[in-house]
Design a binder for this molecule. Sequence first.
Ligand SMILES: Cc1ncc(COP(=O)(O)O)c(C=O)c1O
Length: 375
Amino acid sequence: MNPLIGKSISQLDTPSLLVDLKKLKKNIQNTATFAHNHNIQLRPHIKTHKSIEIAKLQLEAGAVGITTAKIAEAEIMAKAGIKDILIAYPISSPTKIERLINLLATVSQLKVSVDSLEQIKLLQKHLEKTPYTIEVWIKVNSGLNRCGVKPGKQALELAQAILLLSKLTLGGIFTHAGHSYAATSQQEIEKIALAEAEAVLTSAAVCEKAGIKIKTRSVGSTPTYKMAGAVNGITEVRPGNSVFFDEIQVGLGVTERKNCALTVLASVVGTYKEEGRIILDAGSKTLCLDKGAHGNASVKGHGHINGHSNITIERLSEEHGVATFKEDTALTLNDKVQIIPNHACTVVNQFNEFYVHEDGVIKDCWKVDARGASQ
Ligand SMILES: Cc1ncc(COP(=O)(O)O)c(C=O)c1O
């Protein structure tokens, strides 16, 4: 047993990654309850936590399966026994298709994102040498302008092409409205959420009109899923960040700080109070420089120090966080603070493990199993 279990988080060396178990479970339950109340499926994106333990908590709460971005993430989750996995990423290199095929042997309900004719032909070509077929989901672009075919006609054309390929089955249509992170008001988030649902539903409708059944119509981003998921006809949501939340979500008005389950425990390693500055042992290799991937989220500095709202983490070098204040602060050398990061998903990928605590008492230590699973 880890000798730190039962001890106070204040005894941890820093920087350490902390998960508040009660908040984590509440966030997982909230998402599961939303899906349950709307009679839709939940398929959380595990890129946020990269943890088998947390994925299992999500499945126990009612998720039908998981979403991953990387094949390596899917491989790690599959080894832990998870059987229903959507790889929501364009896979077309021969090396990666071979790995997909290997996964088909153990993951009974594997599906992969597709958005071009070239890609589906490559999948078919590699699968022809095997006994397997693969379920594909068409990705449509609902405004993020990253991957995906245009909703409607282009989705139908791809669906018709899939039907002609003996090794591919069409299981669903999905989208991700990541541009919701650039929204500057709740009304704008709502507008994006409705357009997200519309992109999927329009595409499904034209397919069904042409006699092609679309079983799953999936949407999801933490800012939009509760609105897009409530639209009649949507069958699934895939939030990722909502398992922890972070400063970007607080800045967007998606949640309140009290719900943020993930913090970084950091120490004061230098005080220059007459110059209005203290130094924390959390720099860009810990907190990341992220202020929001798809636009400028309304965050102040590089994370929020719990209980010290007068202090701003103004700049980061690799291992130093430079925190400034106007009046004085009671913080002195070796004091420890908890920082809510701007972007939980990137911060998790900097750590080997989470210390799981309840009211400051360490209950467990979980591996960040898919840390660095970047291929
Ligand atoms: C395809 C896909 N689905 C779902 C998500 C989850 O989004 P969020 O973390 O905003 O909940 C992402 C995030 O990158 C994604 O790319």
